[in-house]
Design a protein around this ligand. Structure first.
Ligand code: ADP
Ligand code: MG
Ligand code: MG
Length: 200
């Protein structure tokens, strides 16, 4: 079973991963966007870690809804509301249980990913974060976090030949082809941090 502390550690691990990869995320966003994805997420997750140090929600749902709210309020770019919605909706789906199972987490993340699709109007294949998130939640249904991480990484890499149909990169039309999507890349970091946290 996964408790609030597990979810706090997931958010801290994501903050570390985003810090570590910020330059790469910004470089990817400079090719098909406005070169701010690394700094957007660095600022957002630093704020998430900070508020989780100050307040200690005692349920998994409480941790993720607080993290999501923080991202929405601190990140101006498209990714703030989208990741914020992902975490908030996932947190809501976990309810107020003190501990949740991996199956509960898989179902809740599915609800979170569906909310991202509803908010942004994107589908898999549009060259967005969903290209990493959807394969990850599909793999997570099998209960395997390591498989979810691999699926997210493969999904992110598979965005390279795609033409962007949502977000800022879509303004480039066919010129968006040949570059890996920054948001799919950061989504793989989020899922990778989850697998890493479960491995302890
Ligand atoms: P901005 O584009 O506002 O500068 P970021 O650079 O932080 O925001 O984030 C860009 C990423 O957000 C993209 O690489 C893409 O993965 C994701 N994104 C943008 N629009 C959408 C959307 N409508 N649905 C899902 N993801 C999106
Ligand atoms: Mg950007
Ligand atoms: Mg921007």
């Amino acid at each position: 079973m996964l408790d609030a502390d597990f979810f706090r550690r997931w958010m801290f691990a994501t903050t570390v991963a985003v810090d570590h990869e910020a330059a790469r995320l910004t470089e990817l966003d400079s090719a098909i966007g406005d070169a701010d994805h690394g700094s957007n997420l660095q600022r957002g997750f630093a704020a998430v870690s900070q508020i989780l140090e100050q307040e200690s929600p005692d349920t998994p749902g409480g941790v993720l809804t607080l993290a999501g709210r923080q991202l929405i309020s601190k990140v101006g770019g498209a990714s703030g509301p989208l990741y914020g919605t992902l975490l908030r909706r996932t947190g809501k789906a976990l309810g107020d249980a003190a501990e949740v199972s991996e199956a509960d987490l898989a179902a809740a993340l599915r609800a979170g990913v569906d909310a991202v699709a509803a908010l942004g109007g994107a589908a898999p294949g549009d060259k967005t974060m969903l290209d990493a998130l959807v394969p990850a939640v599909d793999a997570l249904d099998g209960g395997d976090l390591a498989a979810a991480r691999t699926a997210a990484e493969h999904g992110a890499e598979a965005t390279t030949p795609l033409q962007a149909r949502r977000g800022r990169a879509s303004y480039l039309g066919p010129r968006s082809i040949g570059h890996q999507d920054p948001g799919a890349t950061s989504a793989a970091l989020l899922i990778g941090a989850l697998a890493e946290t479960a491995e302890g």
